[in-house]
Design a protein around this ligand. Sequence first.
Ligand code: MRU
Length: 372
Amino acid sequence: MNVDGKHFRTIWMNENDERIIEIIDQRHLPHRFVIEQLTTVDQVAVAIKDMHVRGAGLIGATAGYGMYVAALTTETNVSGAKFMEQMAVDGEKLKATRPTAVNLQWAVERQLAAMAAAGDDLSAKIAAAKQTAIDIADEDSDWCRRIGEHGVAIIEEISKAKNGDTVNILTHCNAGWLAFVDYGSATAPMYAAHDKGIKIHVWVDETRPRNQGARLTAWELGQHGVPHTVIADNVGGHLMQHGQVDMVITGTDRTTYTGDVGNKIGTYLKALAANDNGVPFYTALPSSTFDWTMRDGVKEVPIEQRDATEVRTIQGLHEGEIKQVLLTPQDSPAANYAFDITPARLVTGLITERGICDASEDSILGLYPEKK
Ligand code: MRU
């Protein structure tokens, strides 16, 4: 997507030196646009853990490039078996950075399989890792674009039912292009609708504690010219009661093959309010975000607990400088659960790169029969 009129992805290889991976360091947005260079697997692990990059698809793509960097920087004279042992260690290091987004382990496993299949020659393994990293990123972008093509039909239908009046869409957290390589999942149908001239307006939940909605979703919608309004996290239910939300679209960090949606903390409450008010609640995801092994989201999806500092403090711009200030009494403890599960029964539909399905095992496996 565009930043001040110039096209960017969220991650890419340096055009002059392909051993350098470049990312948009999202910790500084929306106030500063900073590009960071990564050349070691340890730097990549820190970038994921400390959320220089975040969001399911981008975490997966970064892990893909992280394994390529790991392959590049191993000793040159190791045997094939020793090399794969080192890759497994580096893969575990990356997987340990963030527990909830399933794209992370999916990308690491895909890289390990690609390198294992590439024969014993070290340069062939490195070439396989590079190509796989590129493939993961390209696929992510392509899948999100296709999510947009499928999802726009739902928005178009609502628009027609409203005789062309503005369609009000509520979203939570950031499942935009900043959470993927390009386009985003939840935002892809919004961008597609806006580009088609369908009138939309997006309610952007601020999304405490890290405020990915207020900081990131608002910024990227603004860059694309999509009308939007940032709201405090607890406003959605009120808006729904007053007919000001036509649909909800969220992203997800892990969705079970039975349709339970793991997403940023607070999503479940939005789904309950949507259900109570008859507002359709959609989740958009590429197939890399399905967990094909998990049946019961509440019991099985690991929920990341992050540092309490994120709850106790808030970051913003003050007199030209990004500052972090204390919100709570100095000694009050805080808890920081980063994700929750929205049970399938509250989800109207899943928008995937293959089309739209119900949040049920039968319907999901109908779209992905090879996973049966
Ligand atoms: O903690 P984050 O920022 O990595 O969380 C991810 C998210 O932004 C959301 O949960 C998002 O809706 C799903 S990721 C596409």
